[in-house]
Design a protein around this ligand. Structure first.
Ligand SMILES: [Fe+2]
Length: 236
């Protein structure tokens, strides 16, 4: 668990020589969006069942040396369902065009079912590489999610407890570039805002704001945290 940021905390300034990020307060309908009951209950249940029944999964932590946790399976939504998600994103962002980045070096796991249990992972604040993603979206598909297991936003926490920023911006693509560091301790963050996990809730957010799954849960396959993730590019 990360410490929770609050304006009530009486915090010092960040050390003057420390690397900095700009800060944008996470705010619904400004940099993240939520829609509940996105599909009909029946449709969402079918989608979740289809995901659980998938036979082809890639394995992550702790089964392989991948950095991502649990297991993943591509092509989670069918074409028509995916179009519905993309249309909502376009309407919400008021853009005409969305596309999925192509990369030779990295797999863009969009429209991918992500199934992660309690013992397979924990919150890992990050940004989505700006070259590959401007907006991330998540469809939550667990019928009985644990509290505080949706998506959280974070801001830097310096060694003196000062609160820092949360954005990776041009010319940087990820946190390692932006902060000029090889690795950040997982404790270097305050949790700033948490979106609850709810069956059939779809969320959309700016991928360059530091975020993570808030937590994972479940031991048996059908009890684990199931979500479908999406990554889109838009015109700047
Ligand atoms: Fe992400």
């Amino acid at each position: 668990m990360h410490p929770i940021y609050s304006d009530e905390l009486n915090l010092p300034d960040a050390p003057f020589d420390a690397p900095k990020l700009n800060y944008e307060k996470p705010e619904e309908n400004k940099n993240f969006w939520i829609i509940d009951n996105f599909f009909s209950e029946k449709q969402a249940t079918e989608i979740a069942n289809r995901c659980f029944m998938k036979s082809k999964w890639k394995l992550g932590k702790p089964y392989t040396s991948e950095l991502w946790p649990g297991m993943r399976s591509k092509n989670a939504l069918k074409k028509k369902e995916l179009l519905q998600v993309e249309n909502w994103i376009k309407e919400t962002l008021k853009v005409d065009k969305l596309w999925v980045a192509e990369s030779n070096s990295v797999v863009v796991d969009t429209n991918t079912a992500i199934l992660v249990g309690a013992d397979e992972g924990a919150a890992r604040p990050h940004v989505d590489n700006r070259q590959l993603c401007r907006y991330g979206a998540v469809l939550f598909l667990s019928k009985n999610p644990k509290p505080h297991s949706g998506t959280s936003f974070y801001r830097l926490k310096y060694a003196n407890e000062a609160a820092g920023g949360n954005l990776v911006q041009k010319p940087y693509n990820n946190l390692v570039d932006a902060l000029n560091t090889d690795s950040l301790p997982p404790s270097a963050w305050y949790e700033d805002e948490a979106i609850e996990n709810k069956f059939n809730r779809l969320i959309l957010f700016k991928g360059n704001m530091v975020h993570s799954a808030s937590s994972y849960f479940g031991k048996e396959k059908r009890e684990k945290r199931l979500a479908i993730t999406f990554f889109y590019m838009t015109e700047d």
